[in-house]
Design a protein around this ligand. Structure first.
Ligand SMILES: [Zn+2]
Length: 134
């Protein structure tokens, strides 16, 4: 796959990893964005960095271009998408948004029962789709 093809794939991706990368870039977290691209395409570091760089200069900067160039509707739309994305945690394994937040109580109970080996101690979410917890 060429870098242009990879960019095109990312641009057409409806959810992950498109917004994940945007989210990382919005936090100036270039490294995680590169890792995300690497994971997604199973490509090497150099390619991922090149894709990430191009993604930033073409797709990302265009999406988040200075507000003066966007209509209020477009700004509201982009903000709504970004907001929704950040408010909606997703399963890192299957990308499902069908999640259950593990309550503080459940964490305390687990710690009490399993002590050092409590597997739920630092986990916040449970995926109702595949059962993964993180
Ligand atoms: Zn899952």
């Amino acid at each position: 796959m060429t870098i242009a093809e990879m960019l095109n794939t990312l641009d057409n991706a409806t959810d992950s990893p498109f917004y994940d990368i945007c989210h990382y870039l919005s936090n100036d977290n270039f490294n995680d964005a590169v890792i995300c691209i690497k994971d997604y395409f199973k490509c090497d570091d150099t390619t991922a960095k090149a894709v990430c760089m191009d993604f930033k200069t073409t797709i990302y900067d265009d999406l988040y271009k200075p507000h003066s160039q966007l209509s209020p509707t477009e700004i509201a739309h982009n903000n709504a998408i970004a907001q929704e994305w950040q408010n909606k945690p997703k399963c890192p394994t299957c990308n499902s948004t069908n999640l259950k937040k593990i309550s503080a109580t459940s964490k305390v109970v687990n710690t009490a029962v399993f002590g050092m080996f409590g597997t739920k101690r630092f986990k916040q979410f449970h995926c109702n789709n595949c059962g993964y917890e993180w």
